[in-house]
Design a protein around this ligand. Structure first.
Ligand code: DOR
Ligand code: ZN
Length: 446
């Protein structure tokens, strides 16, 4: 009797922990059932993947989807639609919404809003405050929680713990790896006057390398003192990358496709305040430093830091403008273009975008193509040449810093737990997103 599956992805090149090669994938009940030659098997649905590469589902562990409270910019539905249109199968969403995600009720509210409405799987960070520090050990283990996020420098929203004592108390309280926005708040305050009205080129002058490096050094010292693991989000400088290379036992590092792709002053001259984000895009020396860190293995994960703001909010004269740009839909194409340009291998992309987040955050059954794992796949056409356009961006704000940029390499299919949610640019299913599960927070099933 021929074996039968719900779904077979046939004839693709699978990129996996055992390398890259032609393999069929059999899926049953949303999980990977078999990897190999399935030419004699049958299935309810067979997807022809000849000429395409099949990657483990891309996990974007850093997005801001703005719901509740700021839904004129984005909501969980629109943000996750952008994710799956761009080949992303799971996202971790940040706590600087309104209200901020700082207690169990706010987290449960997000999970309820997201369940079977988001198009991809999801988890939410718990924002750390002085008030909730004592409860974080419980909060970080709640269903749907990706862990704790700390803003050590202020950015969009009011979440902030800037001092060593405050951060030490958070680290003492928690058990999981926490994620940090690392810019020294004291230095940012001191240097406010360096912002030049109407000139976003002064953004990286104000929020300089020393602000980022000083904060990261303080953070690592605190991680050592407390014996805890920290994840440094959006590393932007050569110096931090060199420093972090010496502290890989306690620290993991994220870079964004934005900081790997754009550089000052060109980005500010071309995009003006639309290139403004925190921490800022710096010059070529730093971009090269980030690539070196990536190539040397110092970088553990990629996060898009998808931070939508409306065109109107981005169009005031600097510094009255909001910081941040879209990114979840362009993460895969922008990085595949870098793969095609020889800056990283496809295997390293998978390591950064799937295996990395799974390892750092202890995700259950995602991040690799293996029997028993969730059937999350990002199917890509490495040869397809496309021009990214604002019109393609489904994020509510409808713009990308890559408008008009041509790339080689394109996401053509997104599978979430065996369901084909996007194929060839078409959304094929209604929202079926579920909470990502974490090894450090598995719960007994009754
Ligand atoms: O540029 C940024 N925008 N950096 C952040 O840390 C927050 C984000 C946002 O939420 O807009
Ligand atoms: Zn962010």
């Amino acid at each position: 009797m021929a074996k039968t599956y719900d779904l077979i992805l046939k004839g693709g090149i699978v990129v996996n922990q055992d390398g890259e090669g032609p393999r069929d994938l059999g899926v049953t009940a949303g999980r990977i059932a078999e990897i190999g030659d399935l030419s004699r098997a049958s299935a309810g649905e067979i997807v022809d993947c000849r000429g395409l590469h099949i990657l483990p589902g891309v996990i974007d562990s850093h997005v801001h989807f703005r719901e509740p409270g700021l839904t004129h910019k984005e909501d969980l539905e629109s943000g996750s639609r952008a994710a799956v249109m761009g080949g992303v199968t799971a996202v971790f969403e940040m706590p600087n919404t309104n209200p901020a995600t700082t207690d169990d009720a706010a987290l449960a509210d997000k999970v309820t809003r997201a369940h079977h409405r988001m198009h991809c799987d999801f988890a939410f960070y718990m924002g750390a405050t002085r008030e909730n520090t004592k409860d974080l050990a419980e909060l970080e283990r709640l269903p749907g929680c990706a862990g704790v996020k700390v803003f050590m420098g202020s950015s969009t929203g009011s979440l902030l713990i800037e001092d060593d004592d405050g951060v030490r108390n958070v680290l003492k309280a928690i058990h999981r790896r926490a994620a940090f926005h690392s810019e020294d708040e004291y230095r940012l305050r001191e240097r406010m006057d360096l912002r030049v009205e109407g000139d976003p080129r002064s953004h990286p002058v104000w929020r300089d390398v020393t602000a980022a490096l000083t904060c990261t050094k303080r953070l690592i010292a605190l991680a050592r003192e407390t014996g805890k693991r920290v994840h440094v989000l959006h590393v932007t400088s050569k110096e931090e990358m060199e420093f972090l290379a010496g502290h890989k036992d306690v620290a993991s590092a994220e870079v964004t496709p934005t900081h790997l792709t754009l550089a000052a002053p060109e980005c500010y001259e071309r995009l003006g305040t639309f290139a403004q984000l925190n921490p800022p895009i710096r010059d070529e020396t730093h971009r090269d430093g980030l690539w070196l860190g990536l190539q040397q293995g110092v970088v553990d994960s990629l996060g898009s830091d998808h931070s939508p703001h409306t065109r109107e909010e981005k169009s005031h004269p600097y510094p009255k403008t909001h910081s941040g740009m879209t990114g979840v839909q362009t993460l895969v194409p922008v990085m595949l273009d870098h793969v095609n340009a020889g800056r990283l291998s496809l295997a390293r992309f998978v390591d950064l975008a799937s295996a990395g987040p799974a390892r750092l955050f202890g995700i259950a059954c995602k991040g690799r193509i293996a029997a028993g794992f969730d059937a999350d796949f990002t199917v890509v056409d490495l040869k397809r040449r496309e021009t990214i356009r604002n019109g393609w961006i489904v994020s509510r704000v409808g713009w990308t810093p890559y408008d008009g940029v041509s790339v080689t390499g394109w996401p053509v299919g997104t599978f979430v737990r065996g369901c084909c949610v996007m194929w060839n640019g078409e959304l094929l299913a209604s929202g079926q997103g579920e909470a990502v599960r974490f090894l450090e927070a598995l719960r007994p099933v009754h």
